[in-house]
Design a protein around this ligand. Structure first.
Ligand SMILES: [Zn+2]
Length: 119
């Protein structure tokens, strides 16, 4: 698997897609148009909750794909024996709120240690 960060161009494409999703979100939230009693703060609150959900889902999806790339077994870093990997769920705080990550963890019964496989 290639190891690289996103280019500025790709990030701008994603920002443009997110602007489009914002329009879809506004239409989903207010299908008949926002009531005149709604304030900008009300609109912002809806958008912020959706943004937090989007950030959490994006981080969970990307991290989940990383975790899956480790496969079903890994070598113990101490003795080198191949051991099966389990997945453990862990809630982490991210800038958009929280994300539930499924992390691979190995347990070597010979060395009596748990370890996280590294890339
Ligand atoms: Zn070991």
């Amino acid at each position: 698997m290639a190891s690289k960060k996103l280019s500025e161009r790709k990030i701008r494409e994603i920002e443009e897609a997110a602007r489009h999703w914002g329009k879809l979100l506004a239409r989903e939230a207010f299908p008949e148009g926002p009531d005149l009693s709604l304030t900008l703060a009300d609109m912002e609150e809806v958008a912020m909750r959706a943004a937090r959900a989007l950030v959490g889902s994006a981080v969970e999806t990307a991290a989940g794909e990383q975790a899956a790339s480790f496969g079903e077994a890994a070598d113990c870093p101490t003795c080198g024996r191949s051991v099966p990997l389990e997945r453990r769920s862990r809630e982490v705080t991210i800038r958009g709120g929280t994300a539930n990550l499924e992390e691979p963890i190995g347990h070597c019964s010979t060395c009596r240690r748990d370890f996280f496989p590294s890339a």
